[in-house]
Design a binder for this molecule. Structure first.
Ligand SMILES: Nc1ncnc2c1ncn2[C@@H]1O[C@H](COP(=O)(O)OP(=O)(O)OP(=O)(O)O)[C@@H](O)[C@H]1O
Ligand SMILES: O=P(O)(O)OC[C@H]1O[C@H](OP(=O)(O)OP(=O)(O)O)[C@H](O)[C@@H]1O
Length: 317
């Protein structure tokens, strides 16, 4: 099939073609009832039940396509958007707009140095060698440090005050953590999640350049804003359903006020009367991460029949 000719009138939605964010993105698309079949080796897939086409791209390139407006929507890490913005500053018509945080892919872009070395502060790296895949962010970070007037670290012929960069930034496309051990760099700027990679490479973090997580972005003038809103609402529904559970319980009416403080719900708890006088049944959405504590508090208050139900999907405000 000639896919390109089927792209007219379709909203283009970029998702990572591989890597850390891909599976969670595919799960989000499934939860949002975005149905597609990706042919072997093709990076474009037509969506069967919406005028939408998915474009599978490297996460780092997604802000370029969305920023230029050649793709309308995208999911990628906030770090890649920050790197793109540091490379190509947004204008009134170009650049990306963040729609929402998706709550996965959390990591930090950090300055790292050998654990056993003498460097404790990023200022000590001024004038030294840095290896990274995030060239523009690293340049801007060190340019900033240099211009903060760290004269004590200035080299005699340094021209940082005039916009030059004394710190030498080397771009690597992967395995950045090996750079210090191999003598390519004195420090690196790389992503850290669990810290396992950093630890295994004998490095420690001394500063954070950007805190990242996966985000939904759109171009400044998407081709079909209504469809962007529909997809946004669907994705938001799936994210909310993942983030919350439904808690139901029975409680004496006289304790309702206290119970409502434990489970205030998103707007307010739903309260129904029971056949038994003086008792009510309460239903409220509770953040999944807090549910154990909430159940303990409800039980301590005297609530009974406390049940927790997983949400399949949601539309809330
Ligand atoms: N360890 C990690 N934990 C959580 N999120 C991460 C982690 N590493 C990267 N990410 C996020 O995932 C995005 C894509 O990174 P990933 O390394 O998976 O990309 P990739 O396309 O496979 O690139 P590469 O080939 O350079 O590894 C990053 O920009 C970041 O937002
Ligand atoms: O703190 P951790 O949980 O160990 O994660 C951090 C590692 O994850 C990413 O690399 P990835 O494994 O995606 O491969 P890459 O080095 O090829 O980018 C990142 O570049 C770090 O190396």
């Amino acid at each position: 099939m000639d896919l390109v000719n089927h792209l007219n009138d379709r909203l283009l939605f970029a998702v990572p073609k591989k890597g850390r964010l891909q599976q969670a993105c595919l799960d989000l698309l499934t939860g949002s009832d975005i149905k597609f079949h990706r042919h072997n080796r093709l990076d474009i897939a037509l969506v069967q039940n919406l005028p939408l086409a998915l474009v599978f791209l490297p996460a780092a390139d997604i802000p370029i396509f969305v920023g230029e407006g050649s793709v309308d929507l995208g999911i990628t890490g906030r770090d890649t958007v920050a790197e793109h913005e540091a490379t190509v500053p947004p204008t009134e018509t170009s650049g990306t707009v963040e729609i929402m945080d998706l709550g996965f892919g959390a990591c930090k872009l950090q300055v790292q140095v050998p654990e056993k070395g003498s460097i404790e502060k990023p200022e000590q790296l001024i004038g030294k060698k840095i290896a990274t895949s995030f060239t523009a962010l690293s340049q801007s970070y060190f340019r900033n440090l240099e211009s903060q007037g760290s004269n004590s670290h200035a080299q005699p012929n340094g021209d940082a005050a005039h916009g030059g960069l004394r710190t030498q930034i080397t771009t690597l496309s992967g395995s950045v953590e090996a750079a210090c051990a191999l003598g390519v760099a004195d420090g690196i700027v790389d992503l850290v999640e669990s810290g396992e990679t950093m630890k295994a490479a004998g490095l420690k973090a001394i500063a954070t350049v950007v805190s990242s997580s996966a985000i939904l972005i759109k171009s400044k003038h998407p081709s079909n804003p209504k469809l962007v809103d529909i997809i946004t609402a669907r994705i938001k529904g799936v994210i909310t359903a993942q983030r919350y559970v439904l808690c139901t319980y029975n409680v004496e009416r006289r304790l309702l006020h206290q119970a409502s403080q434990i489970t205030p719900g998103k707007r307010a708890p739903t309260v129904n009367s029971l056949e038994e006088d003086d008792w009510v049944a309460v239903q409220a959405m509770v953040e999944r991460s807090k549910i154990a504590e909430v159940m303990d508090d409800l039980a301590a208050l005297g609530a009974t029949d406390i049940l927790v139900t997983k949400l399949e999907n949601s539309r809330t405000t």
